[in-house]
Design a protein. Structure first.
Length: 71
């Protein structure tokens, strides 16, 4: 019975630590964009790919982003 409790505790700890952090992107025109997970910067195209709070994958020009901060 103790091993089962330990296994459940281990699974819960793994699930909690696997959650991604939310980020906030500030644009040069003053908008704040909330994202799910860390935005990815494509060096070839200069676009920043992110997932919004509704779960949609979007892209924005990297030149329009002034900062990306973990929330």
């Amino acid at each position: 019975m103790k091993w089962m409790f330990g296994a459940v505790a281990l699974v819960l700890a793994t699930l909690v630590s696997g959650c991604s952090s939310d980020y906030v992107m500030a644009t040069k025109d003053g908008k704040m964009i909330m994202t799910q997970g860390k935005p990815e910067i494509d060096k070839e195209t200069g676009l920043v790919k992110y997932t919004d709070n509704a779960g949609h994958e979007l892209q924005i020009n990297g030149d329009d982003v002034s900062s990306i901060v973990e929330r």
